[in-house]
Design a protein around this ligand. Structure first.
Ligand code: GLU
Length: 313
């Protein structure tokens, strides 16, 4: 995994289902952003949660992206070290560093723990600060004696943090008050999303993060974690969400228009053409190859969304 001065973007899908139209849209924008800015692209498999990661989906994701004409330069499965499930030693080292800085505490609460290893989508953020951080004396000993092993949380900074998103502009957040302390390791030992993604973006030399807008609220935390661990935070550009005609965000869990169906209905050029039109990159939803969109790609043309797909899909 050579870093040097190479500029890098990334795909970072979780193999919990087939890619849906919203994932495809973010992947297209990640690819266009990277190719337009002269970045390499990597494919990182975010398979942290053993209960929700399926290798068949992972293989299909890679295959679907290739079918669309969206390629990458390094990553899973050809290259080693690009699947989060194999990267525990790096997360452990970062964890030790955070612990050394006094930022880690044990937490015995069960709420939301289940969700910690996957990226928080709206409504799933787990408000953090909990009484466990301040447990002392008998109350602490009682928890320590209990059967339930603790999860580990990181204390979020209590100050306004600003990131400049290249699409959404200035985004400010006080991580301690919005979202709060966050789990970095679940009680079953599984590393959690916020730590893993920050460590990987840092160690993999990712300089541009393009992903769906529902993760914009995670960017200040991740940027802070990377700085705390001695790295340089990437630039962020969040892609608009796509919504179904009833206003719902498309999601893998709801079985929305996924690649199995999309590949039956469209050619790669037809699919890219329709997405490019929804993203303001073309005037008509006509077939186009992704490569033809690189030169004129500009975030200023892309709506902030959410984008209603009706009438086009
Ligand atoms: N693995 C996450 C997802 O598929 C994306 C995480 C990220 O891009 O930071 O939702």
């Amino acid at each position: 995994m050579e870093m040097g001065n190479i500029k890098r973007g990334r795909y970072a899908p979780s193999p919990s289902g087939r890619l849906h139209l919203g994932n495809v849209c973010s992947s297209l924008l990640a690819w266009l952003d990277a190719r337009h800015t002269g970045c390499e692209l990597i494919f990182r498999l975010e398979d942290l949660d053993p209960e929700r990661s399926y290798m068949d989906y992972a293989r299909l994701m890679a295959e679907d992206l290739r079918w669309l004409g969206l390629d990458w330069d390094a990553g899973w499965p050809e290259d080693e070290g690009f699947a989060q499930g194999e990267r525990g030693e790096y997360y452990a080292a970062a964890f030790a560093e955070l612990e050394r800085r006094g930022l880690i505490y044990r937490c015995w609460c069960s709420r939301a723990e289940r969700l910690a290893s996957r990226a928080p989508h709206p409504g799933e953020e787990h408000p953090g600060g909990c009484a466990c951080r301040f447990l002392k004396g008998e109350a602490l000993s009682e928890r320590e004696r209990g059967k339930r092993p603790p999860a580990f949380k990181c204390a979020a900074p209590d100050r306004d943090m600003v990131i400049i998103d290249e699409h959404f502009g200035e985004y400010s957040q006080n991580p301690a008050r919005e979202g709060g302390d966050f789990i970095v390791r679940r009680s079953d030992g599984v590393w959690a999303y916020q730590l893993a993604v920050s460590v990987d973006d840092m160690l993999m030399g990712v300089s541009r993060v393009v992903r769906a807008a529902d993760l914009l609220s995670s960017a200040p935390k991740q940027s802070w974690l990377i700085e705390t661990l001695g790295g340089t935070p990437p630039a962020y550009a969040h892609a608009p969400l796509l919504t179904a005609p009833d206003g719902r965000k498309l999601s893998k869990r709801d079985g929305d228009l996924n690649m199995a169906e999309l590949r039956r209905l469209y050619t790669p050029e037809q699919l890219i053409g329709r997405l490019a039109y929804l993203c303001g990159l073309t005037d008509r939803p006509e077939p186009v190859r992704a490569a033809e969109l690189v030169e004129a790609f500009d975030w200023a043309k892309v709506p902030l969304g959410p984008i209603d797909i009706s009438g086009v899909f």
